[in-house]
Design a binder for this molecule. Structure first.
Ligand code: KG4
Ligand code: ZN
Length: 338
C-alpha cells in the first residue's frame, strides 16, 4: 500500500510517500520545506505567516514528493494528514489540502496525531521495534512521556505543565542573541562549555508524578543573563548552554527512570526535534545502558517535523480502521493522544 502524507502543524511544510507491505515499510520520498528563514526575522513562529507559507508550498512539495517517489497521484492508496496538535491555521491548510487529494482520488483520508507521528518516526529505521515501549516526545511545542501500548493506543503518563523543552532552548538562546530556532546552536555551544558554571533549577516536578516545568528553568536562565548584563558582567554562552543542558538532561533522566520503573518496559524511544540534541542522545544512551534498556532514537532527519513519520503512523491508524470523512476538522490542542 502507498500512503502520501502531509505535515503542516508548525513551520515546516512536508510531504512524503511511504510504501507498506505487511511487515516491510519504506520511505520512497521525504520532502520538507522549512519556513525557518521567514520566522527567524521575528525571533519565533508567526502563526498567520506560517499558514500562508504552507498554502504556497503545499502543491509544489506534493508534486516533488510524487516525482521523487516515482509514483503518480493515481498510484496512491490513501492520504494521511496531521490534524492535531499544532497551530490551528497551519493545521487547517494541510487538512484541507489532504481532503482535496482524498476526494479527487476517491481514496481514504487518515487523520494523524502529530505526537504519535513523532514517536512513529522510530519505526522508520528500526523495523524490529514493536510496541509496547516507553517514549519521550520532546520538541518545540511538546514534551510528553508516553506509554505506547500498541501501534495506535498511546497513553500520556507525564507532560510539561508549561513550556516545552524546545521552547526553553529557543527562548534562552534568543536572549543570548542566537537566531531562531536556537536549539541546534545551543547543542553546539554546550559541547564547548563548563556544565558546572551555573546551577539552574530542575525541571522535574517533585512528587509522585511524571510531569515537568520548563518555564521556571527558562526564567532562571534568562534572569541570570539579564542580571549579568545589568551588572556589566561578561558571561560565556558556552557555559550557559552547557549548564542549561545539564539541568535538562538530569530532569529528563529523573522522570524517565520513574516511568521505566513504573511500566517495567525495557525499550525507550526518544523522538521530536529536541531528540536531535547530541547531549541528550549521549547521556540518555548511558542511562539506558546502565539500566539494561534498549534506546531507539530516529536519525536526525526524522527527529524534526517531517511527513514520513505521518505516513508511518497513518499506516497503523489505517490498519486499525481510523479513517475520516470529509468533515474532518483540525484541532490546535489535544490533551490526550488520539
Ligand atoms: O519537532 P520539531 O521540528 O517541531 C515541533 O513539533 O515543535 O522541533 C523543533 C524544536 C525547536 O525548538 C528546535 O530548537 C529544537 O527542536 N531542536 C533542538 C536541536 N535541534 C532542533 N534542540 C536541542 N538540540 C538540538 N540539536
Ligand atoms: Zn513536531
Amino acid at each position: 500500500m502507498l500512503i502520501l502524507a502531509i505535515e503542516s502543524s508548525c513551520d515546516e511544510t512536508a510531504c512524503a510517500v511511504g510504501k507498506f507491505e505487511n511487515d516491510s515499510y519504506s520511505v520512497l520520498s521525504n520532502i520538507v520545506a522549512s519556513q525557518i528563514d521567514i520566522h527567524a526575522l521575528y525571533g519565533g513562529v508567526v502563526p498567520e505567516i506560517a499558514s500562508r507559507a504552507h498554502t504556497e508550498a503545499l502543491t509544489k512539495i506534493t508534486k516533488e514528493a510524487l516525482e521523487t517517489s516515482g509514483k503518480k497521484i493515481s498510484d496512491i492508496d490513501a492520504f494521511a494528514v496531521t490534524y492535531t496538535p499544532g497551530l490551528i491555521g497551519a493545521l487547517l491548510t494541510g487538512v484541507n489540502f489532504a481532503k482535496g487529494l482524498a476526494y479527487s482520488q476517491n481514496k481514504p483520508l487518515i487523520p494523524v496525531n502529530h505526537i504519535k507521528g513523532h514517536i512513529s518516526a522510530a519505526y522508520i529505521e528500526n523495523p524490529e521495534l514493536k510496541p509496547p515501549f516507553l517514549a519521550l516526545c520532546a520538541s518545540g511545542g511538546h514534551t510528553s512521556i508516553v506509554d505506547v501500548r500498541s501501534y495506535t493506543d498511546f497513553v500520556t503518563l507525564g507532560r510539561t505543565r508549561d513550556d516545552a523543552i524546545g521552547e526553553c532552548f529557543d527562548k534562552t538562546a534568543r536572549v543570548m542573541g542566537i537566531c531562531y530556532p536556537g536549539g541546534a546552536e545551543m547543542d553546539r555551544l554546550a559541547s564547548l562549555g563548563n556544565e558546572n558554571a551555573y546551577r539552574f533549577p530542575s525541571a522535574a516536578i517533585s512528587g509522585d508524578n511524571l510531569d515537568f516545568s520548563f518555564s521556571g528553568l527558562k526564567t532562571s536562565v534568562i534572569n541570570t543573563l539579564h542580571t549579568a548584563e545589568m551588572k556589566g558582567e561578561k558571561y560565556k554562552k558556552e557555559d550557559i548552554a552547557a549548564s542549561l543542558t545539564k539541568s535538562i538532561v538530569s530532569s529528563l533522566i529523573i522522570k524517565l527512570h520513574s516511568a521505566l520503573d513504573m511500566t517495567g518496559y525495557k525499550t525507550l524511544v526518544i523522538a521530536g526535534g529536541v531528540a536531535a540534541n547530541s547531549h541528550i542522545r549521549e547521556k540518555i544512551g548511558e542511562f539506558c545502558s546502565q539500566r539494561n534498556t534498549k534506546l531507539v532514537i530516529p536519525s536526525r532527519k526524522y527527529c524534526g517535523d517531517n511527513a514520513s513519520m505521518i505516513a508511518f503512523q497513518g499506516y497503523f491508524e489505517y490498519l486499525a480502521g481510523n479513517v475520516a470523512d470529509l468533515s474532518l476538522n483540525a484541532s490546535g490542542t489535544s490533551r490526550n493522544i488520539s
